[in-house]
Write a protein that binds this ligand. Structure first.
Ligand code: C5P
Length: 401
């Protein structure tokens, strides 16, 4: 099936270039639908854009006939990519803040598809802290950008950053987002966050894991096209786009959910699983005054990584564990590979502020290779790891690096 793009044309002088963009996208076989804002219609006519795509463009959130016919929810979903070109300061502000008072912004709020924005505005408007705030916000929301470029502004003759990317450049960025990733068709599972182990109905044992690294890995694998299940202990994070999240509390629940995700091409165990749990969970809240200070007997939790690593037909092709170490990182990691039976260990140096922090310093270790990655944001660690996983799964024997 050919790929589909929904082009939202915002109200700026660069809108005329969007007509060229439609032609360029269609040349490569992409089916294009168009939404125009009210302001966009002051620069190019819906008739011109409609003639290029071969169907009327969509302009009105409250157009009864077309809302019944297609509707903004279907417009938002029945596409593989949404392109906003030109993305005006106003459209960016609306999208960054979740406003939905016209068709274009409602579609952007309702979509679960990738969004590519091509900003175009006066250099002062682009440099304004409000626009830069919105830009940062949208990037954090995983919106992709192409441009703006440096150049002379059509209306004022001013030079600076703010000129819309050329149609060809926007088309290339769109095609990159539309192409199937190297993990297309691969099944991945990531465990993340802490587990909590109940003592009684209100108390539990747990740890400080934030889940950030595991969530970033799940997102990065999905971004490369994998079908991802994220088995997560309690965290404050929301599920990354395109990832199926299964929420669990205890290690035993995490093990069960992980096994339910089989068969898998790759399993990445990032969760900080509690090593022990209370041997019994009291049915009622343990009273402070009655029994004096209670002793809590502990028993060992199942090792999810070791269980999934066991040789057998169901074993994922590639099993990756994490190891938090403070010293002798490589030696400890190699010992862990041997003990748990996994293929790779991502060892992180937790001598600093890694737990709950935004950065990580890791070493990727397999039986015959060790590589240190300098301190970098957890998202970048995740992206690099996803690329390594894709390379391994697309090679002949995934366990080897
Ligand atoms: O033995 P250690 O806790 O250092 O091993 C860490 C690695 O093992 C991590 O990948 C962690 O997710 C995994 N693990 C697990 N189940 C456990 C303990 C650790 O999957 N019960």
């Amino acid at each position: 099936m050919s790929k589909r793009a929904l082009l939202i044309i915002g109200g700026g002088i660069a809108a005329y270039k969007s007509l060229e963009l439609i032609r360029r996208l269609k040349e490569t076989g992409v089916a294009v639908r168009v939404v125009m804002t009210e302001a966009a219609q002051k620069f190019v006519t819906p008739l011109a854009a409609g003639a290029l795509v071969g169907e009327p463009v969509f302009t009105d959130l409250f157009d009864q006939a077309r809302e019944f016919d297609v509707g903004h929810i279907r417009l938002a979903r029945e596409t593989d990519l949404i392109i906003v070109a030109p993305a005006t300061a106003d459209l960016m502000a609306k999208a960054a803040n979740g406003l939905a008072n016209d068709l274009a912004s409602a579609v952007l709020l309702a979509t679960d598809k990738p969004v590519l924005m091509a900003p175009a505005m006066n250099p002062f408007m682009w440099a304004n802290p409000a626009t830069q705030r919105n830009f940062a916000r949208l990037q954090a929301d995983n919106r992709k950008f192409v441009g703006p470029n440096e150049g002379e502004m059509a209306e004022s003759g001013e030079r600076g950053l703010g000129r819309m990317a050329e149609p060809q450049q926007i088309r290339d960025a769109a095609l990159a987002l539309l192409s199937d990733g190297p993990l297309k068709g691969k099944r991945a599972m990531v465990t993340a966050g802490p587990t909590i182990e109940a003592i009684d109905p209100v108390r539990f044992l747990s740890n400080r894991s934030s889940g950030k690294q595991g969530y970033a890995i799940a997102a990065a694998l999905a971004e490369l096209g994998a079908e991802v299940t994220l088995v997560s202990g309690p965290t404050a994070l929301s599920a990354p786009r395109g990832v199926t999240r299964v929420c669990v509390e205890s290690a035993r629940e995490m093990l069960e959910a992980s096994q339910a995700a089989l068969p898998l091409d790759v399993a990445v165990m990032v969760a900080a699983v509690a090593d022990w749990r209370p041997s019994a969970i009291a049915d009622e809240k343990i009273k402070k005054d009655k029994a004096g200070i209670p002793g809590i007997a502990l028993v060992e939790n199942p090792d999810i990584l070791a269980t999934l690593s066991k040789p057998g037909k169901k074993r994922p092709k590639l099993v990756i564990g994490f190891a938090a170490e403070t010293n002798d990182v490589e030696a400890h990691a190699r010992a862990k590979i041997a003990k748990k039976g996994c293929d790779w260990i991502v060892a992180n140096d937790v001598s600093g502020d890694v737990m709950g922090g935004d950065d990580n310093t890791v070493m990727l270790i397999s039986k015959d290779r060790a590589e240190t990655w300098a301190r970098m944001p957890k998202e970048i660690v995740a992206q690099k790891l996803a690329v390594e996983i894709a390379a391994a799964l697309n090679a002949k024997s995934p366990g080897r690096k």
